[in-house]
Design a protein around this ligand. Structure first.
Ligand code: NDP
Length: 291
């Protein structure tokens, strides 16, 4: 039987509507809109699109979204100075530094400088540590989106075996922490894992966050498993054009899984929706003086 398609585009609309309502209530209570500041350094075309979308999406839900575009030649200390200025700015609730930064800038130095209370990407070591110790505050957006998609699939996570392929700080590790918090038994696989296919076949829930086009084939999947495909890979479409595919061989796996996220239209739209949710969360925490 063909798998149920977990429509991330539609679900992201629901999340955005929830945030829009939350923003209206926030404004009524505190007399100001939550503020999101997005920093782009350089002229990477994909990053330009992502950052413009983030600014637009935040304004669409009633926030005060603003994009700072700095040239690729900007010295590291100037980027740092901007982050520090936004850290000190009362009207700024969320700061997002678009990655990757130009090679001349030490990414970790910049990310570590973001006030953890405004770290809406959830990448600061303090927020990563809080998540790992079971006290989540600001959690990375893509993993939050994955969990909401799993909720849509109504898959019982308690006691389920979840296999996460990928151990990045941005996706793999935080999604594993969130699954653990839901009482799944979690295995994290990576590039040194032996017999990945056999391991994945044990999964009730399989999350692929690798960045390798269609790595996960039909023989990686247990019949009835729920499959979340985080990967975004641009490949040759064979007609002189390119197309986006995930880390999962969709057509094959959709015949075996009980539910699956498509690429595009699965995890991707959820990421930006949870950036908005995180900005609202940060705004509330700051306004309530709890951070
Ligand atoms: P990283 O490159 O940081 O991490 C990739 C992980 O995959 C690493 O842990 C790596 O292992 C592991 N890996 C690589 N090759 C293999 C292999 N052959 N078998 C098993 N594991 C392997 O990527 P990200 O986590 O940042 O992103 C992963 C994918 O998700 C990318 O396609 C990215 O574009 C996409 N993405 C999508 C988002 C969305 O909104 N939908 C948001 C963020 C990312 P090791 O640690 O051993 O090197």
């Amino acid at each position: 039987m063909a798998a149920r398609i977990l429509d991330g585009k539609k679900l992201a609309e629901t999340v955005r509507a929830e945030v829009r309502e939350g923003v209206t209530a926030f404004k009524a209570k505190y007399g100001r809109a939550p503020g999101l500041e997005v920093i782009l350094v350089g002229d990477d075309p994909a990053s330009q699109v992502y950052t413009r979308n983030k600014e637009k999406a935040s304004n669409e839900v009633g926030m005060r979204g603003h994009l700072h575009v700095l040239p690729a030649s900007t010295p590291e200390d100037d980027v740092l100075a901007l982050v520090q200025r936004l850290n000190a700015d009362e009207a700024t609730d969320g700061i997002l530094v678009q990655l990757p930064l130009p090679k001349s800038i030490r990414e970790q130095r910049i990310l570590d400088a973001v006030d953890p209370a405004k770290d809406v990407d959830g990448f600061h070591p303090i927020n990563a540590g809080l998540l790992a110790s079971g006290r989540p505050r600001l959690v990375p957006c893509t993993p939050l989106g994955c969990m909401r998609l799993l909720a849509l699939a109504e898959v019982p996570l308690k006691g389920a075996h979840a296999v996460v392929v990928g151990r990045s700080n941005i996706v793999g590790k935080p999604v594993a922490q969130l699954l653990l918090a839901e009482h799944a038994t979690v295995t994290i696989a990576h590039s040194r894992t032996k017999d990945l296919a056999a391991l994945c076949r044990e999964a009730d829930v399989l999350v692929a966050a690798v960045g390798k086009a269609e790595l996960v084939r039909g023989n990686f999947v247990k019949p009835g498993a729920v499959v979340i495909d985080v990967g975004i890979n641009r490949v040759d479409a064979g007609n002189g054009k390119t197309k986006l595919v995930g880390d999962v061989a969709y057509a094959e796996v959709a015949e075996i899984a009980s539910a699956i996220t498509p690429v595009p239209g699965g995890v991707g739209p959820m990421t930006i929706a949870y950036l908005l949710q995180n900005t609202l969360t940060a705004a509330h925490a700051r306004a309530a003086g709890s951070t």
